[in-house]
Design a protein around this ligand. Structure first.
Ligand SMILES: *Cc1c(COP(=O)(O)O)cnc(C)c1O
Length: 469
């Protein structure tokens, strides 16, 4: 049998490659090019191990309480994902079943969000809320342009009215599509856009108002009904008729199940379109988003492209061409698996965990809640006002928790309130009550340690780090 056991010196280099222990192979035991495509090939198992190990350094996504994006799906979902990784959403002709499922999904959302007429509506999947918001914003801009042209008026200077606390996608929208962004400041008294002084921002060039259901900074809802009522008053006194896009990236998949009494959707006449992230509280891995318009007239025909589909015609509107079809199938899986009752159970559980955590954090002493986690399961806190100056701040606490694997970001509030630093937890499915109690223990221990400091900590460099805007 001894011929089976050869020493490295007896083997030709070729054979060595496949015989060596993984970490002694070329590639593992040698330096890799960082910025140049290698000339030759690499053993696939070695390449796998290298990529796998590098990704391992990213940390554990389940402990990332900064992100709103799904980090847990069940094994059936993982199976569907692996089976459908090759599907391209744009190939409606090649993947007609996936195209049909996409259609079913956005129609289910249209129904969930109370479109007035299920036969007169339009919607689509997107790569995420960003693309969905862009499409909602573009439709508003185009509607305004078409109306202005009919009236023989200038289309030179469109503006969009939004809270200073909007997600960065809206800054991008205004920048990329040449729309003036009119930010309504956030203040201690008006942490969200609530219609206060809205008349000062609206004029005949306003293409729309964005209302956020689940502000990223705090999780708070902007009161869509109240904003709509203010716009009614503005129309009555000025004649200017302004529609709303609801950015429901998070809230549009929570409110229908957990706050069914809240009016925020197409039941409000001024709501032109609604977008959401399938990959946030839609409970799908990244990236899928959705946008739906109240009726066909709310999305100008000039934005729609027609692709051939089984010899017929399939309207599409999107910024991307190719994108994964798997996520759309995963969304349908979740819709079937959970239904309304399942979504309610899952989101309510996250809300319960968020409120358990927020109330325990409030009791610790140094903190004051900015929000409680009773809208979306997201809450933020600040250092207690009027208390003794401390030798530490929220960035220090974020650093200490990060050393233990938990990402709990601290960041300043938007313009006008940047002096106020808050810290936030996003509860998602998978942060169980049991894990939350471990997190709470970590917070208690780190706060006790920070409170025992006799001199200020040298300032950490992580200001704002980890904030998923
Ligand atoms: C996350 C988020 C977005 C961007 O969504 P993506 O799906 O990440 O592109 C837009 N608006 C709000 C309010 C968000 O929370």
């Amino acid at each position: 049998m001894s011929h089976l056991f050869r020493s490295a010196s007896e083997m030709d280099p070729e054979a060595m490659l496949s015989f060596s222990p993984v970490f002694a192979r070329p590639g593992e035991a040698t330096e890799l090019p960082a910025f140049e495509l290698p000339d030759g090939l690499m053993d696939p198992d070695t390449a796998y191990q290298i990529v796998h190990d590098a990704a391992m350094l990213d940390g554990n996504s389940r402990l990332n309480l900064a992100t709103f994006v799904s980090t847990w799906m069940d094994d059936n979902a993982k199976k569907i994902y692996a089976e459908s990784a090759d599907k391209n959403m744009i190939d409606k002709d090649e993947y007609p079943a996936t195209a049909t499922i996409e259609d079913r999904c956005w129609r289910m959302l249209a129904d969930l969000w109370n479109v007035p007429d299920a036969d007169d509506t339009i919607g689509t999947s997107t790569i995420g809320s960003s693309e969905a918001c862009m499409l909602g914003g573009l439709a508003l801009k185009r509607l305004w342009q078409e109306r202005r042209r009919e009236e023989g008026k200038s289309t030179e200077r469109p503006n969009l009215v939004l809270s200073a606390g909007v997600q960065v996608v809206w800054e991008k929208f205004c920048n990329y599509w040449d729309v003036e962004a009119r930010y309504v400041p956030v203040t201690e008294d008006h942490l969200v856009l609530d219609g206060f002084e809205l008349e000062n921002y609206i004029d005949e060039n306003t293409i729309g108002v964005v209302a956020i259901l689940g502000q990223t900074y705090t999780g708070l809802y902007e009161p869509v009904q109240q904003i709509a009522e203010k716009l009614n008053q503005i129309q009555a006194s000025t004649g200017v008729d302004v529609k709303i896009h609801v950015d429901g990236a998070s809230g549009a998949m929570v409110a229908p199940f957990c706050q069914p009494e809240l009016a925020w959707d197409f039941q409000i006449d001024r709501v032109n379109s609604i977008s959401t992230s399938g990959h946030k509280y839609g409970l799908v891995y990244p990236g899928v988003g959705w946008v739906v318009w109240r009726n066909k007239a709310a999305c100008p025909e000039s934005l729609i492209f027609h692709v051939s589909y089984l010899g017929g015609d399939m309207p599409t509107l999107a910024l991307n061409f190719s994108r994964p079809g798997a996520q759309v199938l995963l969304q349908y899986y979740q819709f079937l698996r959970l239904g309304r009752e399942g979504y309610r159970l899952v989101q309510q559980d996250s809300l319960d965990v968020a409120q358990y955590l927020s109330s325990e954090i409030e009791k610790l002493g140094p903190f004051e809640l900015v929000s409680r986690g009773d809208t979306i399961p997201v809450f933020a806190w600040r250092l207690r006002r009027g208390s003794e100056p401390r030798n530490w701040n929220l960035y220090d606490l974020a650093d200490r928790l990060r050393m233990r694997g938990w990402l709990v970001p601290a960041y300043p509030m938007p313009d006008n309130m940047t002096d106020l630093v808050v810290q936030r937890i996003v509860v998602r499915v998978g942060l169980s009550r049991n894990l939350a109690s471990f997190l709470l223990d970590a917070i208690k221990e780190e706060v006790a340690l920070l409170e025992s400091l006799e001199a200020p900590l040298p300032r950490a460099s992580s200001a704002g780090a980890g904030f998923a805007h």
